[in-house]
Design a protein around this ligand. Structure first.
Ligand SMILES: CC(C)(COP(=O)(O)OP(=O)(O)OC[C@H]1O[C@@H](n2cnc3c(N)ncnc32)[C@H](O)[C@@H]1OP(=O)(O)O)[C@@H](O)C(=O)NCCC(=O)NCCS
Length: 270
């Protein structure tokens, strides 16, 4: 009873506001302390996601992502970062709360406030490491359902979650047959029905040798060529059902092809 009272009381004292350059140092400190506790919830080694303890990183990402500080009364107690490339689909990139204030409903409230800021978003997605038993509980409590795996890097397994904000207004995914050159922020699903033998190509910008393969992705209304690079190749096996989030479409030698790109993700659906 007493604990419940505290949670309800905090709820109304939490707000989120865009963070500024002047907040970066403080936020990097909170982020470091928050992610350093991952070792208690399953992390195989100390550390955190890229740039988690670096003030410069927290300045840089303001250019690309929607970055909010979480305030409890007037004190900064956390941060929350979203990628809003699509108008109706958004990705939660990161959330962290000062460890001393964990488990008081602040993370959940920050998340709800973010949803309220973007009422047009119908689908929220996010990834979290398989080993993290805290975020699994947190996101599932927030109504997220695991739809697949992000197997992006060797040795990495991330659960991929989604939340449809209003089941009566689901996010309408594009159909593969409708993809056209120039489309951006494309989220589609299909089955890998073919995959070419990988070939080596030299990067024009860096000079390094890369491996590329073409897969054919099919849904019930059409097909498209999906370009796979390096580690993505072993991730999309014939017969797998996959989702590409935030991909882009171009045309190569007259063939329309779907690319995952740096900001996109390839998810193996379950
Ligand atoms: C994940 C994180 C942001 C959650 O913030 P928080 O303010 O502590 O979370 P809340 O108090 O709002 O928790 C809401 C619900 O999540 C679940 N939850 C949160 N922490 C949990 C834990 N340690 N164990 C089990 N369930 C937990 C509970 O269901 C909780 O509701 P309850 O307390 O009523 O049971 C926080 O733990 C954190 O900063 N972690 C380190 C950074 C991180 O992993 N970020 C996510 C990846 S980007």
């Amino acid at each position: 009873m007493h604990l419940r009272y505290i949670v309800v009381e905090l709820h109304g004292r939490v707000r989120i506001e865009p963070w500024g350059v002047e907040d970066a140092e403080l936020l990097a400190g909170i982020s470091k302390r928050a992610f350093d506790t991952d070792i208690e919830v399953g992390a195989p080694s100390p550390g955190g996601p890229p740039g988690y303890d670096d003030p410069e990183f927290h300045v840089r990402i303001m250019r690309y992502l929607e970055c909010y500080k979480t305030l409890l009364d007037d004190s900064i107690v956390g941060g929350i970062i979203a990628d809003l490339r699509g108008e109706e689909h958004s990705v939660l990139e990161r959330i962290f709360v000062e460890p001393e204030l964990h488990r008081r409903g602040i993370g959940a409230r920050a998340f709800e406030l973010l949803w309220e800021l973007y009422p047009g978003v119908r689908l929220w997605t996010l990834g979290t490491p398989e080993w993290n038993n805290r975020t699994k509980r947190f996101y599932e409590k927030m109504g997220f359902v695991q739809v697949g795996w992000d197997l992006g890097d060797p040795g990495w397994r991330g659960r991929w979650y989604e939340k449809v904000m209003d089941p009566s207004r689901p996010y309408a995914m594009a159909r593969l047959g409708e993809l056209r050159d120039g489309m951006r922020s494309v989220t589609v699903e299909g089955v890998v029905v073919e995959r070419s033998i990988p070939r080596a190509v030299r990067s024009r910008s860096s000079g390094e040798t890369l491996t590329v393969a073409n897969a054919t992705l099919q849904d019930d209304a059409g097909r498209v060529v999906l370009v796979l690079w390096n580690d993505q190749i072993r991730q999309a096996k014939v017969g797998d059902r996959v989702r590409v989030e935030n991909g882009y479409v171009n045309s190569y030698l007259g063939v329309t092809q779907l690319n995952i790109g740096r900001g996109g993700r390839l998810i193996t659906l379950i």
